[in-house]
Design a protein around this ligand. Structure first.
Ligand code: AMP
Length: 584
């Protein structure tokens, strides 16, 4: 089985035929210096010759890299006429790329009409950015009208290397906080918190963030206004300046290739030295910021042309990181070779934070996501999933129960919950937030090993808290709260307040029927067959033999969807965010 991967850049088209299981590249071709608008005709001319060399029928699906998926596409998506139309419509957000991507799709659909085509979006992995990290501080109405928000790019690469890193460390991606540094021609950095992108340096366009080959990255918008007001530059001039003439090329004055810049810097060229300093300083600054955002970091990963190859840049970036428990091993950094392995550790043996170098492989990542998405296209099970709206509630440790209700106190059952063995207790607590309190919040039993308070967004604002979306049990780096039991007994829990990640409980048999695994992220359509339908993206699959099939959403989501707790969802399609799958 092979996947044809088509990657149409603004002036290039790369074609790879990849075995998604082994990573073997069966055939490859790069067409460069293309004129705008010529992608379709170039592919129509060149693709048949490549396909003719392969045994007939060996290409089982086609994966297309698409730069911008906007707010609409949050996972790899099988291409239908409507999907193609939407990709074309998103051209306003990526005027150089999406038209080329759409042209490539049209041409390939004509040549290979009988196999599934899948769009893999650069932005999709970042669909989990929180509102606070996706929002620019401009008037909300204007931002909504013009779709001005942070999307993030290089998602396929960040996801791929985060997965590779977790595998190399022998850990589950969902247990790790990783900072991935994609340093190539384009550069971006991403905070991958327990498998989800929560921050990334590129924004509405790929211009924001790190210093890149020819792009400036972060710059005061006031400087641009100043240049334009000076009368020296038009809008197009500024566009050219920031996208094509800045970054390493602008600073060094000798072009954008880091190898040349390093060589000149070693000879004493001041501009090249400054280019390297500014480049590394900004990466370091972002690593510190993203560690703060995640409340810690377990691994820092370098990837792409510069990240994989430049020991100098890695050395400079990773200096003086003892404060966060990251220590580079200089010998390993110098000697690292990724010829026969995808990831290598370059941190010292005693470094708490692992520093890794990982090979990124966009074609293989696209091939894998495409194969998975195409396989999932088979008709999904018609079994419906009951939707339960989960009211705010509290899980407590026995110790906390006793601190709130008295020594030796045991929770008493009010009524059993639908998940076997769980019950709503007669006991309630008052949640005392920094701003206000919420009384009579139900405790669910039995007691657990960690205290956990699950509230909705509206509750967060009411209480004056800032709680992240998390899977149950993942309470590291979450806010604490004061709980009040009977007789005014109070307990301050140092952490544990979360906004529960919407999830589906199911048995292994259900999982098999739906074709999903524990930890998969899926898409759920609710209200199929009558009334309006609504799709919940980013739903976490939780599999256990004792679970009863049920989707849990919070009260805000239930209200927004105008759902009563009797509504039933139908699993419409599984997500391509297979990276979160436990067994991969
Ligand atoms: P990419 O976009 O991932 O292909 O990265 C391309 C960039 O990687 C080039 O512009 C080079 O500046 C950089 N690069 C490749 N090899 C090296 C190396 N050995 N040392 C420093 N930079 C390198």
């Amino acid at each position: 089985m092979s996947v044809l991967v088509i990657n149409c850049g603004s002036t290039s088209a790369k074609i790879d035929i990849v075995n998604p299981d082994t990573g073997d590249v069966v055939a490859s071709s790069k067409l460069e210096r293309l004129e705008p608008g010529s992608h379709a005709s170039v592919l129509t001319k060149n693709l048949p010759a490549i396909l003719e060399k392969l045994p007939p029928g060996s290409v089982t699906c086609v994966g297309h890299r698409v730069v911008h998926g906007g707010e609409q596409f949050v996972r790899p998506t099988v291409i239908t006429p409507d999907v193609l139309k939407s990709i074309e419509e998103l051209s306003s957000l990526a005027p150089l790329h999406n038209p080329a991507n759409a042209a490539g799709i049209s041409a390939a659909l004509e040549l290979l009409p009988d196999v599934p085509h899948v769009a893999v979006f650069d932005t999709a992995f970042h669909a989990t950015l929180s509102r606070r990290s996706a929002t620019y501080a401009i008037p909300t109405r204007l931002a909504e009208e013009h779709k001005i928000r942070r999307f993030g790019f290089h998602g396929t690469s960040h996801q791929f290397v985060a997965e590779s890193a977790a595998k190399c460390l022998g850990e589950d991606l969902r247990d790790l906080r990783i900072i991935t540094c994609h340093l190539g021609g384009g550069c971006s950095i991403c905070a991958v918190e327990y498998g989800r992108s929560v921050e990334t340096s590129m924004g509405m366009t790929p211009l924001e963030g790190l210093v890149m080959g020819t792009r400036s990255g972060d710059i005061d918008a006031g400087a641009i206004l100043h240049l334009m007001r000076s009368g020296e530059m038009s809008i197009d001039d500024v566009d050219q300046l920031l996208n094509k003439r800045s970054g390493l090329a602008g600073l060094s004055g000798i072009g954008n290739d880091m190898r040349d810049i390093e060589a000149k810097a070693a000879e004493g060229d001041e501009n090249c030295r400054l280019a390297i300093q500014v480049f590394c300083h900004r990466v370091r600054k972002y690593i510190g910021a993203y560690t703060a955002v995640m409340g810690g970091v377990d691994a820092i990963v370098f990837t792409a042309g510069i990240g994989e190859n430049s020991q100098t840049i890695r050395h400079r970036v990773a200096q003086r990181m003892d404060y966060l428990g990251a220590r580079l091993d200089e010998d390993r950094n110098r000697d690292v070779a990724l010829d026969d392995k995808p990831v290598a550790a370059i941190s010292a043996e005693n470094s708490r934070v692992k520093i890794l170098v990982a090979k990124t492989n966009e074609s293989l990542a696209i091939a894998r996501l495409t194969a998975k998405t195409a396989a999932e296209q088979k008709p999904s099970s018609q079994q419906t999933i009951p939707v339960a709206i989960s009211a705010r509630h509290v899980h407590l440790r026995q110790e906390t129960v006793e601190a709130l209700f008295g020594d030796g106190y045991e929770l008493t059952e009010l009524k059993p919950l639908s998940q076997p063995g769980q019950f709503a207790a007669n006991e309630c607590v008052t949640l005392i937030g920094p701003k206000r309190s919420i009384e009579r919040v139900r405790i669910l039993g039995p007691t657990r090993s960690k205290d956990q308070v699950e509230i909705a967004r509206t509750d967060e604002f009411f209480l004056g808290l800032d709680a992240p979306v998390r899977a149950s049990g993942k309470v590291e780096n979450t806010p604490g709260i004061t709980l009040e039991g009977t007789d005014g007994r109070r307990v301050v829990i140092p952490q544990g307040v979360i906004c529960a990640w919407r999830h589906i409980h199911m048995t292994p048999k259900d999982a098999e029927q739906f074709g999903v695994e524990n930890g998969d992220i899926v898409n759920v359509t609710v209200g199929e067959g009558g009334g309006r339908t609504l799709t919940f993206g980013d739903v976490l699959i939780r599999v256990k033999s004792t679970y009863k099939l049920e989707m849990h959403i919070d009260t805000d989501e239930g209200n927004a969807a105008e759902l009563s707790s009797r509504d039933e969802g139908e699993l419409s399609s599984t997500s391509g965010q297979a990276t979160l799958t436990r067994n991969r």
